[in-house]
Design a protein around this ligand. Structure first.
Ligand code: ARG
Length: 585
């Protein structure tokens, strides 16, 4: 019995040929196989209902006719039944579960199986992308954490991923900032904490310009000088960006994020003229009050609110840069898909951008990559308002991660007071950062989420600490018995799973493949979080009911195999979410 990694794909292929054999028009039938409620089986196909309707036939007999045509391989692996109006239920046989687990004993084997999903595709993931001259604060957390998890998931499922940090390093804020730098820069403060000093100056310049039209005018001329390549302003701009990138890097290191590219807005400076020309030449843009704009007459809002691609003073803006960026990513990276992991409050910007890019590419005979705004909600404090410090300031990401490590240290010290201090500190950094990442990822990204230290840094519930602990505990089973995890010798002779705990755990393990499919199709990492949490739960149930190290070598072998695969999948899953794991906790 040979079974692919992707069980759902296998079942869908088998159903499609069975349907053809049963007389349905080839291609007219979408099998619609999904993981099902375990009480009904492991997988369920509901596609017969639609097919029957289209063919004008009663669904149940049709389902039975299709089932009768299913090939021997799948029949050997699953118990198959027709239920209700015409659902087809598949329940994995214990022998099949054993075969699947035998065939997937390492991360490389899992990845080899998973990588068929996005083979030959290039995905550019635009994430984190903070604005320079400001420290990262809690509002920057979600893009970084979700973008990293999505990138890892896509790479694991076979895509070539280009991780691109589209830093906001160009734009009107530099006029005010340079104005303030020239008058109020404190060199000693720059030495101590450059980014904090530039942030102070930015605020100062902003306030000054708002209160005084003369300052506003001066700031504007600093910007014009910068854009014209004035050496002094360019040097200052460079200094600000270098300091910003260094500060961002500290956070990226803590979150284990590595970009392939950091092509900020300034990179597109010399690439926007093509946008102006092509939009004008194709007749997509028009002039309105001195600006170059694109209207979308078919759109309820954008028929009156155009996309401004060139301001009346001739300067580019956020939208222009984003258009030039799409062209660059298409031509240079040959992107099949571009993801923008950005706050959902920028929804209008992206809707308008995608509409404009679609028409522009169509008019110029280019193939538009798939463009997706991977949006997310706001991080809220316990009062239901966007999370802030007590004094109403933004919480710096660095302070947030420090506090997480501090709180995790208390948790670890309580749980394992006998561990050496240095080790408890190392564990605390991993648990603390992991808890912040996981709390974010385990929520449906589209909704706002409530930030709660107590829920997040806890050994109970769907938390990082719970999973990291479950994983460390399995590692300790192997350590205690001097065994190596996944050692084929320890698993040799394993026979078919028998006890309810063994079977339930094995059934959960093989659904890892479907979880990857679901998380990458929807670009929603919370499906993977929920799966890992449920997997850890199944493991506990099994481990409490069935002794692993028993005398009977056959029983021991199959139980060790279950321990090893649970560990492997927990490890792989947490790594895909961007977390580091622990030997002990
Ligand atoms: N720098 C922007 C901000 O902080 C986010 C950029 C997102 N990426 C993009 N290509 N627009 O709001």
């Amino acid at each position: 019995m040979h079974l692919a990694f992707d069980l759902i794909g296998e079942l869908e292929a088998a159903l499609a040929s069975a349907a053809t054999a049963a007389g349905l028009e080839p291609g007219s039938f979408a099998p619609g196989v999904r993981t099902s409620d375990p009480r009904h089986g492991d997988f369920q196909a509901n596609g017969i209902l639609g097919a029957a309707k289209r063919a004008g036939k009663p669904p149940r007999p049709l389902a039975e006719a299709v089932v009768a045509q299913i090939g021997a391989g799948v029949r050997e692996a699953f118990d198959i039944s027709v239920a209700g109006p015409g659902f087809i239920n598949f329940t994995a046989k214990p022998a099949m579960l054993l075969e699947w687990l035998k065939a997937h004993r390492s991360a490389a084997e899992l990845e080899a199986g998973a990588s068929a999903a996005h083979r030959d595709e290039t995905w550019v993931v635009d994430y984190s992308s903070p604005n320079a001259a400001k420290q990262m604060h809690v509002g920057h957390l979600r893009s970084a954490v979700i973008g990293e998890a999505v990138s890892r998931l896509l790479a694991f499922t076979g895509a070539r991923v280009v991780r691109d940090n589209h830093i906001g390093d160009w734009g009107t804020q530099y006029g005010k900032l340079i104005w303030a730098c020239k008058r109020h820069l404190d060199e000693a403060a720059v030495l101590r904490d450059p980014i904090a000093e530039f942030e102070r100056l930015y605020k100062l310049g902003n306030t000054a310009a708002e209160g005084d039209p003369k300052v506003m005018e001066e700031a504007r001329s600093e910007l014009v000088k910068l854009q014209a390549g004035d050496p002094e302003n360019t040097a200052l701009w460079d200094r600000i960006n270098t300091a910003s990138l260094a500060a961002f890097q500290v956070i990226y290191d803590r979150l284990d994020i590595r970009f392939d590219e950091t092509l900020g807005e300034s990179f597109y400076n010399d690439k926007v003229s093509r946008v102006y020309t092509e939009l004008a030449e194709t007749g997509l843009s028009s002039q309105s009050e001195g600006a170059q704009v694109v209207f979308h007459p078919e759109h309820p809002r954008f028929k009156t609110q155009p996309m401004i691609v060139r301001k009346s003073d001739g300067a580019a803006n956020y939208a222009t840069t984003d258009l030039a960026t799409i062209l660059y990513r298409t031509e240079h990276f040959r992107a099949s898909c571009i993801l923008y992991v950005v706050d959902k409050r920028q929804g209008d910007h992206f809707e308008q951008l995608f509409l404009t890019a679609g028409k522009w590419f169509a008019k110029t005979g280019r193939t538009l990559p798939r463009l997706v705004h991977v949006d997310f909600g706001t991080v809220l404090g316990e009062d239901g308002k966007p999370l802030k410090t007590r004094t109403g300031d933004n919480i710096k990401l660095k302070d947030l991660l420090d506090e997480a490590a501090e709180r995790a240290y208390l948790l670890v010290s309580e749980k394992s007071p006998d561990f050496p201090e240095a080790e408890r500190r190392t564990i605390a950094e991993i648990v603390g950062t992991g808890s912040v990442q996981y709390a974010d990822l385990s929520q449906n990204r589209a909704s706002d989420y409530l930030f709660s230290w107590d829920k997040m840094i806890s050994l109970d519930g769907n938390t990082a600490a719970y999973l990291l602990y479950a994983l460390a505990r399995i590692r300790s089973i192997f350590r205690r018995h001097g065994l190596e995890c996944g050692d084929p010798a320890a698993e040799a002779g394993a026979d078919v799973f028998q006890t309810p705990g063994e079977v339930a755990l094995a059934r959960k393990l093989v659904k890892f493949s479907d979880t990857l499919r679901l998380s990458t199709e929807t670009l929603c990492p919370h499906f993977l979080c929920l799966y890992l949490y449920e997997l850890a739960g199944e493991f506990s149930t099994f481990y409490n009911a069935d002794k692993v190290i028993v005398d009977d070598p056959v029983v021991r072998a199959r139980r060790l195999m279950l321990c090893a695969r649970t560990l492997l999948i927990l490890e792989t899953g947490l790594r895909l979410l961007g977390l580091r794991t622990l030997e002990r906790m």
